[in-house]
Design a protein around this ligand. Sequence first.
Ligand code: SGN
Ligand code: CA
Length: 525
Amino acid sequence: MEKLFIITCILFMSCQKPEEKNIAKPNIIFILSDDHATNAISAYNDRFKDIAPTPNIDKIANEGAVLTNIFSTNAICGPSRASIITGTYSHVNQYYKNYKGGYFDGNQWTYPKALQASDYQTALVGKWHLASEPQGFDYYKYHIDHGEQGVYWNPTYSENGTKVKEQGYATNITTASALSWLSKRDKKKPFALLLQFKAPHREWSPDTQYKDLWENEEIPLPKTFYDDYTGRENTAGDTHMTMDFFNRRDMKLTPPDSLTKKQVKKWLDYGNKPGQNVTPHDTLSGNKLKEWKYQRYIKDYLATIKSVDDNIGKVLNYLKEEGLDENTIIVYASDQGFFLGEHGWFDKRFMYEESMRMPFVIRYPKKIKPNTNVKDVIANIDIAPTILEMAGVEIPKEIQGKSFYSQLKGENNTDWRQSMYYHYYEYPFWHHVQPHYGIRTDRYKLIHFYYDVDVWEFYDLQNDPNELNNLIKDESYQQLISNLKEELHMLKKEYGNNLSLTELRNISDTDFGGLESGNKKQELK
Ligand code: SGN
Ligand code: CA
């Protein structure tokens, strides 16, 4: 049989297994990680490319397309995931925040539902984090511990509604579960698999084998590590995401044996609040302490990515072995970026580059040429319509995003948008980032922070890629700033976000009763 397959291969110059030939539609594997910045992916020529390369993500990128300007429209987890899956902004899908809401109404339209209705077999494995039972999947297995954030070790999942506790490292288990589903699928139908890792999310716990990968190395600090926030004192300068907010869990300190479970949690959380600047040794303080924390942080973060990359390698091998690599669209993306010490921070949320930019690489040899580079301004709401167009499934008109399939095919899409709209709502917890909205073009960025400040910021990314010079008052840019304000107004109108500042502040204040809610009555679990 195998011999016959090889002969067919040679004769027809095609190594697809017979069952794959019957399937006209492409298979889809959408791999999403949590908080993976492009600054830690070698395909993006990042600053860690020699220290911590990502060969398997790079393989997808090199054999397909890399998007260099794709942005989250609200750079935190649940909201970005909701926008990815629905193709709509937070004010439409109603998932504004993680903390104190929201609640994702699972009855709304999502792209996996549309694929399922078009005869795709669908599965979701890993992190879901949308505070409602997943719909549109023939199979699901998602993290339920720690408010659906998941944990790195011995995770508990909901497998089609049944609680399952597993032993081991989550990145490996999630991949193994996904491959197990794939091996049992109905081979006569196309499949769409969403494989969503908890890693490299906080508290950045590496697998045992990668714990000490860079033990004797000093990882260089980013250029902006000692940003003094001049000209941005009340926005960038007033957060809880500097190294001073590194807690004992982040530092992997061991709690005393005498503590109860509750006390252990409190002990490990110590560091989250202002004034709790933890030091592992009394002799460490000031910049030395900050730099110690950065080393601890970045080494753990990069080590969790090593496991993500290894596991992507397993998926790529599986596709090749099964003869599925030609007819499967494979994407690697993350819900948003992350600060890797830039501006002195960890976490995300801001409309600044490191946080709003998502990695997105895609391989589909039938239609996408190797080394394709897409530079257009794309948003997370564009992902759902793109996947549908690639799968030949109709895109509903309610979807706010646009398909970028033509750019993936190397075509010049002259109708493409020139700018995108951003809006972040969660405040003050976690990390104390002022709610803000803004517009980004390929060169400029204008942001309005509005909750209990009234601050506008403007950056010329060509001259100031690190966003250190807020030029909002610079004479030579006033005409441009006024044009951008007009364009921002048009975008808000186009997307239907006409709420007043009072109404917007109200959204930040409202407890919608989601996963991280104080509103017990509406709590889901
Ligand atoms: C947790 C983290 C925060 C992080 C949020 C949101 N704290 O609450 O540092 O900003 O998740 O992350 S932790 O102590 O629980 O690690 S997100 O990916 O869900 O948006
Ligand atoms: Ca995230």
